[in-house]
Design a protein around this ligand. Structure first.
Ligand SMILES: Cc1cc2nc3c(=O)[nH]c(=O)nc-3n(C[C@H](O)[C@H](O)[C@H](O)COP(=O)(O)O)c2cc1C
Length: 441
């Protein structure tokens, strides 16, 4: 058995029928109630998804062209809910699925994060996790009182301290610290609740946490950075990495590398999942899926999609203003003039194309989401997913789909039942907690 996870921002979904198609519903007016997210969580649970990974950023972007116009006209990456209370609402609407809201190790103090996540671990009865990211925006850094985003190397150093403090705080209450002894009058034994006295370069904390350990004690962590520093952070502290791979060979390389790194940190590789980001195209028949793929490919060279791609690249590359780049510039020229040592691996992959390709061609053919050839009827896509996982031995997929109820139904009520019948994904939740369900084979 392998796992499915769903990738979703908690904000205004695509909302404009002229740009985003006729099935967007009334989300522009209704999304802030969070009910559409509760519906989503219920559907994912029906489909046997292990968890929902909730994207997050913390700024209204005005880096793109020096104005917030595009961000707010189109609702790109804002407005959005804080994913932590959002995950509680979705947990209240479901019984089994896990939630991995995104937290930035560059901006949140690990003590506050550990307290919030321990609280949510109790309130969700063990169904909370986290997606740790290091962030890519100066504006977000400025919202948290910094002058600018620290360099990538420093962000990963800080992320390691963040995770170390987080894990130490989780362990600071011993298993038998809570007594609830009415005879002696002791709720807890202070000798079994410890300070951590961690002194780091970026974060320090005395500890302990003013909360008892949650049902999971160890809140599962997902990590999606694929650079060597990202992989190492995941191998040390996380329970799963999301691979952003273009080919089966890249998937195999990531799995082997993660096995070595996890073992290198003294951990058992069986306690770690490597999952892969993908955007399958599922329709009634193979022909219909192919037609949709062709329509989507064509739409990618239209102005709204070009604008989205420019905006996305701008968001994850703080040193370059992608709003002004000449669309006819070649990738060779781009590389010469736009060297950015901080380039995140996802952008690096988008530009891994022949030198003579124009920037316009890159924008209209590449993107952060990959179909991995998973195009077809539910039966065809299920078979391809099975073949891929069999070939590489991976832990499953993080599915990105066009936001909206139509895509949710296609995956959860079209693809998932086929995968369940094939025994590829779970039909029922074997365990109570997110971590146990994630580590299940
Ligand atoms: C599937 C996926 C989800 C991600 N989600 C977020 C997110 O919600 N917020 C964010 O700031 N970065 C997000 N990222 C960025 C990464 O976590 C990471 O910080 C970035 O890729 C830079 O690291 P790298 O060069 O090590 O890949 C995501 C990346 C991937 C592949």
């Amino acid at each position: 058995m392998y796992h499915l996870a769903w990738f979703q921002g908690c904000g205004l979904p695509p909302w404009n029928p002229d740009i985003d198609g006729p099935f967007v519903g009334n989300v522009a007016r209704e999304w802030a109630t969070g009910e559409n997210f509760s519906d989503l969580a219920r559907a994912l649970e029906r489909g046997g998804f292990t968890f929902l990974l909730m994207e997050d950023t913390t700024q209204v972007d005005d880096h793109f062209g020096g104005t917030a116009e595009v961000a707010l006209k189109r609702g790109f990456f804002s407005p959005k809910h804080d994913p932590f209370p959002m995950s509680l609402k979705m947990a209240m609407a479901t019984k089994h699925i896990g939630f991995a809201p995104t937290i930035s190790s560059s901006f949140y103090h690990p003590w506050a994060a550990a307290r919030m996540l321990t609280t949510l671990d109790h309130l969700t009865d063990g169904r909370i996790g986290m997606n740790v990211v290091t962030s890519t925006q100066h504006r977000a850094a400025q919202n948290f009182g910094l002058d600018a985003l620290p360099p990538k190397e420093a962000r990963y150093e800080a992320a390691n301290e963040f995770c170390e403090i987080f894990r130490q705080l989780e362990a600071a209450w011993e298993d038998d610290a809570v007594l609830i002894d009415y005879d002696s009058g002791y709720y807890a034994d202070h000798r079994k609740v410890h300070r951590i006295d961690y002194q780091g370069k970026y974060y320090s904390s005395r500890g302990p946490l003013n909360h008892i350990p949650g049902p999971q004690r160890h809140v599962p962590m997902v990590e999606a950075g694929n650079s060597p520093a990202g992989r190492d952070l995941a191998a040390h502290y996380a329970d799963a990495i999301i691979g952003n791979c273009l080919t089966v060979d890249e998937m195999r390389e990531l799995i082997a590398d993660m096995r070595d790194r996890v073992t290198g940190h003294g951990r058992n590789p069986r306690d770690f999942k490597t999952m892969f980001l993908c955007e399958p195209i599922v329709a009634e028949s193979d022909d219909e899926a192919k037609r949709r793929h062709e329509r989507m490919t064509k739409a990618k060279s239209e102005p709204p999609a070009i604008e989205w791609m420019r905006f996305y690249l701008d968001l994850v590359t703080p040193s370059i203003d992608f709003s002004t780049l000449d669309l006819e510039m070649t990738v060779a020229d781009f590389r010469k003039s736009m060297i950015d040592p901080q380039m995140v691996s996802i952008v690096d992959k988008i530009f891994r194309v022949p030198d003579e390709m124009s920037f316009r061609e890159v924008l209209s053919t590449r993107g952060p989401m990959l179909d991995l050839g998973l195009i077809g009827s539910p039966e065809t896509v299920a078979r391809k997913m099975d073949e891929m996982m069999e070939e590489v031995g991976g832990g499953g997929f993080l599915i990105n789909a066009p936001a909206g109820r139509r895509a949710v139904v296609e995956i959860c009520d079209g693809l998932c039942p086929v995968l369940q019948r094939r025994g590829s994904i779970r039909s029922a939740y074997e365990h109570k907690t997110f971590r146990e369900n994630l580590l299940a084979y």
